[in-house]
Design a protein around this ligand. Structure first.
Ligand SMILES: Nc1nc2c(c(=O)[nH]1)N[C@H]1C(S)=C(S)[C@@H](COP(=O)(O)OP(=O)(O)OC[C@H]3O[C@@H](n4cnc5c(=O)[nH]c(N)nc54)[C@H](O)[C@@H]3O)O[C@H]1N2
Ligand SMILES: Nc1nc2c(c(=O)[nH]1)N[C@H]1C(S)=C(S)[C@@H](COP(=O)(O)OP(=O)(O)OC[C@H]3O[C@@H](n4cnc5c(=O)[nH]c(N)nc54)[C@H](O)[C@@H]3O)O[C@H]1N2
Ligand SMILES: [Mo]
Length: 748
């Protein structure tokens, strides 16, 4: 191979790193070569690989990785993707540290006494032997494997990692924690309105003449989308940001609305009423492509006024009318509906009313328009790793039908399934489930102690479990509450493929280095467990025992994917990420909707059948149960329990704070940087206060993140597991009202 000078992408890398302040901050030459080294940089001196950020993030960045002597030297955002555009976020640049972090789980380990910290290294064989024997024991004692629970969520969204679910199926019928804390209320809402969740290509936001960012914080949570918003602005678009917190996104807007939390439905309906009164409705759309608009209009006339909306939301009537008129007359106009906004007991209802606003102004199905929430259009993989067969004769849950209808002796009529419980009520499910009880838990790609709700209850629930096995990269709090931890690979050490729920690019993730220490990928763990199970009890696990992980990645592709992305083979992705060939950048461009009527349903019978209102009516939010509203949204330099714990990121995440308005603090005799105690019916948490008028006077703001430095900060000590209104339709369990929490505060 001839040495090729890397100019374009190299420049991008340095720019990205400098913009992030990373060059100055990060102490290791692995990430940012010194000046002399940079001058001598020659791509040919490195092996390059394609990777993708597998985190649960809108951006799902395409990465190019430079390896020398089997070591990841540095990475850059892939320049082939116009979305990633050659740059990563600050968190992303820290990836070069992840495989080499001294804090990594390196070997299988057993803890003598949960939370004792007395870990001892064992061999894979010993660990799997303990695990397999326990599984066989459950099956023998309970007659099924339903006593084995599995919780997995978004630690790694690489497609082959669905092999964790596949592994469980290959063992038999088990208890699965289903649903998602992310976005299910909004998914259901969009399914009722449009028939599916499907958003425009974010890259077409540049065409918008009006952008409302409603309860999303892309400046932190979708860094790469900001360039489209800023470009739209440069071309003359107005940007309105609606958020109870004055976020960095809000700072980039032209108009900032700080509504009362959970009042978004009222605000959207107030705007809708004004648009109706002003005759600014898109009559063609609502009558030719919509269903039930007249009833919606009647609802608005009978129940909604702008003054009422102003009272509910705290946004002045004049401002509501102004933005409503501007939105209705701009063409195209778009709303980005955030996930943060729907984590409420009325979140689904709020999303429906915002969808209606976009639809009634004729902005659905339009390039540069749209009610943007998310999509799964590019996820049509084979799910080869996921789909595994239960061993012959497996017993399970008698799916759906009343138990009495089955003849247990012959098993006739029985169709067994997994047992499902709500992932957003992990603690309660473990405590409540009987016949058989959940006795053993497999945790993978998930940190329940950091991310699940009502942590004090979770501790009680875990204490009931006979065995907890956690598969992770780091010793987090869930690992501390486990008996066995198994070390798993990072993105550089495994083969997989990644798509986004926001943009339309596809990336392959190549194994760039050999797995460090004794780490294995999730599917290799499944294969190893299968081997052990079959050794101990032949036929007890169907998961293939010898797998080639590159082959398994390749098995996820199909002709549909190839056609969508215009490639003939996955190997073409080694030249860089590719984008779906979209007929239009707009979702629903043919205005044929996937609803039962084929129309945009302002009135949805399905929604009514599911126990909600047929129309996008206002739903009152959760009643306050304590003095302050408590918000625990996502943080800038961390993603849930990932990144913040890494030593390289400490500089960015020095200490957790509780953000509070100066007036509210003064009334409590609390000063800047005072140590305080926040407490409510769930539990309590101490941290230092930072005074800021970015938050409303009635609000306490604490970012959710795992610091992992002997620091006990955990917002789940204060967040209960109350459900959102929607989510069960598409996700199998309702969403969770993360932001409908309340608490008191006092000096510690
Ligand atoms: N209070 C509050 N709570 C929240 C939220 C909030 O806003 N406020 N947000 C919610 C939302 S939206 C989400 S998505 C969830 C996220 O919750 P989780 O899905 O639990 O998210 P992470 O912390 O990103 O990942 C969990 C673990 O996966 C591990 N991991 C990474 N890669 C791999 C791998 O390849 N294999 C295995 N086995 N493990 C791996 C990581 O090290 C980490 O410990 O949290 C929810 N909880
Ligand atoms: N840096 C970073 N990026 C991430 C993540 C991360 O943890 N860190 N997480 C990823 C994941 S899993 C997800 S789900 C997405 C989340 O992406 P976002 O939805 O953008 O993020 P959140 O922080 O959950 O919530 C966004 C905003 O909603 C606001 N909000 C809360 N309640 C209300 C309300 O009642 N009305 C209105 N209008 N706004 C409200 C919060 O104040 C917050 O600023 O981001 C992804 N990207
Ligand atoms: Mo999420």
């Amino acid at each position: 191979m001839t040495a090729k000078k890397c100019t374009f992408s190299r420049r991008r890398f340095l720019q990205g790193a400098a913009a992030a302040g990373a060059a100055a901050m990060l102490p290791c030459s692995l990430l940012v070569p010194g000046k002399a080294e940079a001058a001598a940089f020659s791509e040919g001196d490195y092996q390059t690989f394609r990777n993708a950020c597998p985190r649960n993030c809108y951006d799902t960045c395409s990465i190019k990785t430079y390896v020398k002597d089997g070591v990841v030297k540095f990475i850059e955002g892939a320049s082939e993707s116009t979305y990633t555009d050659g740059g990563l976020c600050v968190k992303g640049y820290s990836y070069t540290r992840r495989p080499y972090s001294p804090d990594r789980v390196k070997y299988p380990m057993v803890q003598d006494g949960r939370r004792s910290g007395k870990w001892r290294r064992v061999s894979w064989d010993e660990a799997l032997d303990m695990i397999a024997k326990k599984m066989l024991k459950l099956k023998e004692e309970d007659g099924s494997l339903l006593g084995l629970g599995m919780t997995k969520y978004s630690g790694n969204f690489g497609i082959t990692n669905y092999g964790v679910e596949g592994m469980m199926s290959s063992l038999g019928y088990t208890t699965r924690f289903v649903g998602t804390p992310c976005w299910p209320a909004g998914i259901d809402a969009q399914n009722y309105d449009l028939g599916n969740m499907w958003c425009n290509d974010p890259e077409d936001m540049v065409k918008a003449r009006y952008v409302i960012v409603w309860g999303a914080n892309p400046a932190w949570c979708s860094v790469h989308s900001m360039k489209y918003i800023m470009e739209a602005k440069r071309r003359g678009a107005k940007v309105v940001v609606v958020d109870p917190v004055f976020t960095q996104t809000a700072a980039k807007g032209d108009v900032y609305w700080q509504p009362k939390t959970a009042s978004d439905g009222a605000l959207a309906l107030g705007m809708a009423r004004h648009i109706l009164d002003k005759g600014l409705v898109d009559e063609d759309f609502v009558h030719n492509y919509g269903l039930g608009f007249d009833e919606f209009a009647d609802y608005l006339r009978d129940n909604v006024t702008v003054e009422w909306a102003a009272e509910q939301s705290g946004i002045p009537a004049r401002d509501i009318m102004e933005v409503a008129e501007e939105f209705a007359t701009a063409d195209p106009a778009t709303i980005w509906i955030g996930y943060g906004m729907q984590r409420h007991t009325n979140g689904g209802a709020s999303v429906r009313s915002i969808d209606a606003l976009v639809a009634m102004t004729g902005n659905v199905g339009k390039e540069g328009g749209g009610a943007r929430y998310g999509h799964l259009q590019t996820w049509g993989f084979n799910y080869h790793a996921l789909i595994q067969k239960q061993p012959e004769g497996s017993k399970g849950f008698l799916g759906g039908a009343a138990k009495g209808e089955f003849d247990f002796t012959s098993g006739s009529g029985a169709s067994y399934t997994d047992r499902t419980v709500n992932i957003n009520k992990t603690a309660q499910a473990i405590l409540d489930t009987t016949d058989p009880a959940i006795r053993m838990l497999w945790v993978s790609c998930k940190n329940p102690f950091g991310q699940d709700f009502d942590r004090p209850k979770l501790e009680k629930a875990f204490d009931k479990l006979e065995m907890v096995v956690t598969v992770d990269q780091f010793f987090n709090e869930t690992v501390a509450n486990s008996d066995i931890v198994l070390p798993v690979t990072t993105l550089f050490e495994e083969w997989t493929v990644n798509a986004s729920y926001w943009h339309y690019w596809l990336s392959v993730n190549e194994q760039a280095i050999k797995p460090m220490f004794e780490t294995k990928s999730n599917i290799e763990i499944a294969a190893a467990l299968s081997k052990k199970m079959n050794e101990l009890s032949p036929g007890s696990c169907t998961f293939p025992q010898d797998i080639d992980t590159r082959e398994w990645m390749a098995k996820e592709f199909n002709q549909g994917i190839y056609d969508m992305f215009g490639i003939s083979d996955w190997t073409e992705l080694r030249n860089g990420p590719v984008k779906a060939r979209l007929k239009s950048s707009a979702a629903w461009s043919d205005k044929k909707f996937a609803t039962p009527s084929g129309k945009y349903e302002f009135k949805s019978e399905l929604c009514e059948q599911h126990g909600h209102k047929a129309l996008p009516e206002f739903k009152v939010g959760r009643e306050g149960y304590d003095e302050f509203r408590l918000l625990t949204p996502h943080t800038k330099f961390g993603l849930h329990s990932q990144f913040v714990n890494l030593d390289w990121m400490h500089e960015y995440n020095k200490e957790p704070y509780i953000y509070m308005h100066p007036k509210a603090a003064a009334e409590k005799g609390i000063g800047d940087l005072d140590m305080v105690r926040v407490f409510n019916k769930v539990g309590e948490q101490k941290a230092r206060v930072k005074l800021t008028d970015n938050v409303a006077e009635d609000c306490l703001l604490m970012y959710e993140a795992w610091f992992g430095r002997g620091n006990d900060y955990n917002v789940q000590n204060l967040v209960d597991d109350e459900s959102a209104d929607m989510g069960a339709f598409k996700a199998g369990a309702p969403g969770v009202a993360i932001h409908d929490q309340f608490a008191s505060v006092e000096r510690a």
